[in-house]
Design a protein around this ligand. Structure first.
Ligand code: MG
Length: 312
């Protein structure tokens, strides 16, 4: 099989709900200029077999730019050779420092075609295990304690038994919120805390000690993931598992470095951040899952206003 071309559409997207993150981080609409809409990219990879791979993804302008400048180099390659395709892209990353949203696109397009050629869903091609996975309710950042209480209890009443906080990034308030969360949902609920890289080592340790006293299941990304030495020190001081490598550049090699730190687990996969199709965390019951923007993606996106179309 050979890749014969790519078509990329830049389309206007629904901005989605407006929400905030911790202190200092831009909120969900922070990248939408006044009076405009966000743009996403829809990419279709064509092959001489008639099979096509498709994906849609946000930050569309940058994605279309990558397709325009680099994807012609993949025409003629065999999309079923997914390892080779990934490494071709990885070599481009050496000169481009590709945005992580773009790094895994080709991989996902190829696996989409490979899955169709094999007439087998990707989860079976990767092995397949439990048909059910537990799910947790994850918060955005709410301005007040009262709003956290309202939405946590709403999630609990819907049947969730596990909850993850994205809090304010304020040590004292966040510990207080975590304490309240334990009171709201009882001793048996699985609780997680995501720091969104807001702290240094000292603050991370203070919050981590509080979380492990409250019986939290994991402590996610308290610091930027460049602070490998600080992650090592933190894990030596804590017994609660620390999750990292959600945003680390270098994907599985970098994750492997983090995994070698005692106590550091890696984050469950986010297909647009982790640079390849699948991430499976064998240590985490909530991590045995993967995302796949599948073959139907671009059909839905065709309803969106088209800003531009690029073909090669
Ligand atoms: Mg996270």
């Amino acid at each position: 099989m050979k890749i014969t071309g790519f078509t990329a559409w830049l389309v206007e997207a629904d901005p989605g709900p407006k929400f905030i993150w911790r202190n200092g981080l831009p909120g969900s609409h922070g990248d939408i200029p006044r009076g405009s809409k966000p743009r996403k990219a829809v990419i279709r990879m064509e092959t001489d077999s008639g099979l096509t791979g498709a994906i849609e993804i946000g930050r569309g302008d940058a994605v279309v730019d990558m397709v325009r400048r680099r994807y012609s180099g993949f025409i003629g390659e065999n999309p079923l050779m997914t390892e080779r395709m990934w490494h071709l892209m990885w070599e481009i990353d050496r000169v481009e420092e590709v945005h992580m949203r773009s790094l895994g696109l080709l991989d996902q397009l190829c696996w989409d075609v490979k899955s169709q050629a094999a007439k087998m869903p990707i989860y079976q091609m990767l092995g397949g295990n439990d048909p059910k996975v537990p799910a947790y309710a994850s918060t955005v950042t709410w301005p007040t304690l009262g709003e956290y209480e309202r939405y946590i209890k709403m999630s609990r009443d819907l049947g969730f038994k596990a909850f993850k906080l994205h809090a304010w990034g304020d040590v004292k308030r966040d510990i207080d919120l975590s304490t309240k969360l334990r009171e709201w949902v009882g001793p048996d609920a699985d609780l997680m805390f995501d720091g969104s890289a807001g702290w240094d080592y000292v603050d991370s340790l203070e919050v981590g000690l509080a979380l492990q006293d409250l019986g939290f299941l994991w402590y996610e990304e308290p610091m930027r993931e460049f602070y490998l030495g600080s992650y090592t020190k933190l894990c030596e001081k804590l017994t609660i598992p620390v999750l990292a490598a959600e945003t680390s550049d270098g994907v599985h090699w970098n994750m492997a470095s983090l995994d070698r730190k005692p106590g550091v687990g890696h984050d469950a996969g986010i297909h647009f951040l982790q640079g390849w199709l699948y991430r499976i965390d064998e240590n985490c019951p909530y991590g045995r899952q993967f995302w796949h923007a599948g073959a139907g993606a671009w059909h839905g996106a065709r309803k969106c206003p088209i800003v531009c179309r690029h073909r090669q």
